[in-house]
Design a protein. Structure first.
Length: 337
């Protein structure tokens, strides 16, 4: 059975399995950072390593640039820079402690001197967590405190075929690929090839085949060909709903992200049939639900901008009625908060 979990539910569930892990703990994330969550998880990982469990963490190089879920791209005040340096120093100390006790930490996508000036490009955005090769999670959650203040989701899998497929993907430099696991589940992998995305292309196919309704949830508003196809869907009298963060979210109020938001709002003014919902909190969940029967959920934000930046992603496509039901309940809950 596949189980949908909120950020809090995921962390409680994951740490409970870490405590009793017998063989292996595998974590692949774009970012993890010191804070209350790592204060809980770090000693659990060390204890697991001490008792002979293979503990391995794949983390993108850009984690060294993030601070509380934010990636500063413009010059910052000296006082704030001191705070950032302090957090990064604590991160380094935490990683050294983990490594001292045998936790393997592998940094991915290390840039050249030139490309390091463009830290948003070429990132591994996948989130995969696997315990003892028997239970696995994918979704949107990185391990740092700010992530648990967001509206986000993970999906837990115990089906051996799904877990084994995730084991093949974990830590590997994958080429873009579709894994048809069974009659209810497929996994899509984006390799980070600039301008190309299996996930985005299949999301568009699903939107084009919609008959009744489409729900889009992301921290970003839709753009590119997907936005064009959502507009076309409304012309076929299909109910389209776009759900995102509050209007005050930094992604809608600072450059360069605000350009995409204002462009979307201008398109929306000409196509008012799209129902647009700003929630009261920051959204980090990534979900596309079509006709209450097909869903895409994972790390991909379903925006073309990320594809242009060569981002590696993972998303599951499902027609599993049980998981679809859980996703519908999640949507109803966040809309009516």
């Amino acid at each position: 059975m596949s189980k949908l979990q909120t950020a809090e539910d995921f962390f409680t569930d994951f740490t409970s399995y870490v405590r009793c892990a017998k063989k292996s703990i595998r974590i692949q994330t774009m970012n993890f950072e010191v804070g209350e969550r790592m204060d809980i998880l770090e000693p659990l990982l060390i204890d697991a390593a001490k008792r002979g469990v293979k503990v391995e963490i794949y983390c993108d190089w850009v984690a060294q640039k993030f601070i509380q879920g934010d990636l500063p791209l413009l010059p910052i005040l000296l006082s704030k820079k001191k705070d950032i340096v302090k957090v990064h120093r604590r991160n380094t100390e935490m990683r050294r402690r983990l490594q001292r006790y045998g936790v393997v930490i592998r940094v991915t996508n290390i840039p050249s001197i030139l490309t390091s000036w463009f830290p948003a490009f070429g990132r591994d955005h996948k989130k995969i967590y696997i315990i003892d090769n028997k239970i696995a999670w994918i979704g949107g959650i990185n391990i740092f405190d700010e992530a648990f203040h967001n509206i986000d989701i993970m999906v837990r899998f115990t089906d051996s075929d799904i877990v084994n497929s995730l084991l093949k993907i974990y830590g590997a430099k994958n080429y873009s690929h579709e894994y048809n696991i069974n009659d209810k589940y497929s996994l899509y992998i984006d390799s980070g090839q600039v301008g190309k995305s299996i996930i985005y292309d299949n999301a568009i196919k699903a939107v084009r085949s919609a008959n009744k309704k489409i729900v889009f949830i992301s921290q970003f508003v839709p753009d590119g060909h997907l936005l064009n196809n959502l507009i076309c869907a409304t012309k076929r009298n299909i109910e389209v709903t776009v759900i995102t963060s509050s209007r005050e979210d930094r992604k809608f109020n600072r450059y360069p992200e605000k350009f995409t938001y204002h462009f979307f709002k201008r398109r929306l003014s000409k196509h008012p049939n799209i129902r647009f919902i700003h929630l009261n909190n920051r959204v980090h969940a990534k979900l596309l639900l079509v006709d209450d029967s097909v869903a895409f959920v994972g790390s991909h934000n379903f925006t073309f901008m990320g594809i242009l930046m060569g981002t590696e992603e993972i998303t599951v496509k499902t027609i599993d009625p049980d998981l679809i039901k859980q996703l519908k309940l999640f949507i109803d809950k966040i809309v009516h908060l």
